[in-house]
Design a protein around this ligand. Structure first.
Ligand code: SF4
Length: 348
């Protein structure tokens, strides 16, 4: 028996009975797919039922107002998805007179419907031969075929799409896609896959090569956050004003200097009229020097930091501020960039 036969047989014997599996109505399938992109089956089911009951067809959905949709969506989070559903429904109403399209080519042109959703609706509703590639399918293919290309790289996406197309049972693509997704969700799970009862384990690369925990591979693409820090140095030859940082940010519970963070590196004129600066130092700043902006790279953040040295500046002492002797600077936990600033200024 080959992979597809084993998979189909397994699915027919083990699939969960879910309402969107008993229909070929493209609208109903669309509803279920969008909800399931947001949450797990168990949590999504009551939402799906409420939506279908209140809006039994796409025309009813399109006529809803946004508040009602968001109310029904409440608790699912990521509210723009709810709003986009309304836009998609209105577009379907306008372009297709309330008849939800079933063909991949029509679906993919609708705003709010991507490759995955278009393939799912087209294959489930009209048995169109389009392979669905969701997180479950990536995992099954990576493990079964031993593909170690990252699933979120451009090259990886192409390889997996091709593999999914090659595997697709062209005679029954809807059933095949459902089976792949269900198999990934309930047997070939991210953690502790049920290899012991897996019907395809003898042909599975990961199972036979002990690579279950290393496949699939995913690139860690964390977005780098850019931040703009203006520090103020208030000091004389003997002491420096220090700030104790709180625990909920970078450099948690360490020490630095009075800081103003702005959404961009604003001009000094703008900075000096910033309400927080005025609150800290009043309207008149006694500036002795402004450093060039220095870039400081952390693992997930890029900081742009400048230092403004004030002299004889009246201040409103804040809760976390305190003076420390210059000679004590070396003993306190300062971020490196702050320490270098102070080291150069005080010849430490
Ligand atoms: Fe997934 Fe394990 Fe089956 Fe391989 S043997 S396909 S890793 S469940």
């Amino acid at each position: 028996m080959n992979f597809n036969n084993e998979l189909t047989q397994w699915y027919l014997e083990n699939k969960r009975d879910l309402p969107w599996r008993n229909t070929t109505d493209a609208y109903t399938i669309w509803l279920s797919e969008i909800i399931l992109q947001q949450t797990r089956v168990e949590q999504g089911l009551p939402y799906f039922n409420r939506f279908v009951e209140k809006y039994p067809n796409v025309s009813a959905f399109a006529a809803a107002n946004e508040d009602d949709i968001l109310k029904l969506w409440q608790g699912l989070g990521y509210y723009s998805r709810g709003r986009n559903m309304l836009k998609t429904a209105q577009l379907v109403q306008e372009l297709y007179d309330g008849e939800f399209p079933q063909s991949y080519d029509q679906l993919i042109k609708l705003k709010g419907i991507g490759e995955y959703t278009a393939a799912a609706i087209a294959s489930f509703s009209a048995n169109e031969a389009k392979a669905v590639v969701d997180g479950n399918v990536y995992r099954v293919l990576a493990r079964y075929l031993g593909i170690d290309e990252p699933i979120n790289s451009t090259k990886g996406k192409k390889i997996f799409q091709q593999a999914a197309n090659d595997f697709l049972n062209k005679k029954n693509p809807g059933l095949h896609n459902q089976a792949m997704m269900e198999f990934g969700a309930t047997v070939c799970k991210p953690k502790n896959p049920a290899c012991g009862i897996c019907p395809v384990r003898t042909g599975c690369y990961a199972f036979t090569h002990n690579a279950i925990n290393t496949l699939p591979v995913k690139l860690n693409k964390l977005k780098i956050r850019e931040r703009y820090f203006s520090y103020f140095l208030i000091a004389d030859d003997h002491k420096v004003l220090i700030n104790k940082r709180n625990h909920s940010d970078i450099w948690a519970n360490m020490y630095d200097l009075p800081l103003i963070e702005t959404p961009a590196m604003v001009s000094t004129e703008e900075l000096f009229t910033h309400p927080q600066v005025v609150d800290f130092f009043g309207n008149e700043l006694k500036i002795s020097e402004i450093s060039p902006v220095k870039k400081h790279v952390l693992t997930h953040q890029r900081l742009y930091v400048r230092l403004i040295i004030l002299q004889n500046q009246p201040i409103k002492l804040q809760e976390n501020w305190f003076y420390t002797p210059v000679e004590n600077i070396k003993n306190i936990a300062l971020p490196r960039i702050i320490f270098i600033f102070l080291k150069n200024i005080f010849n430490l």
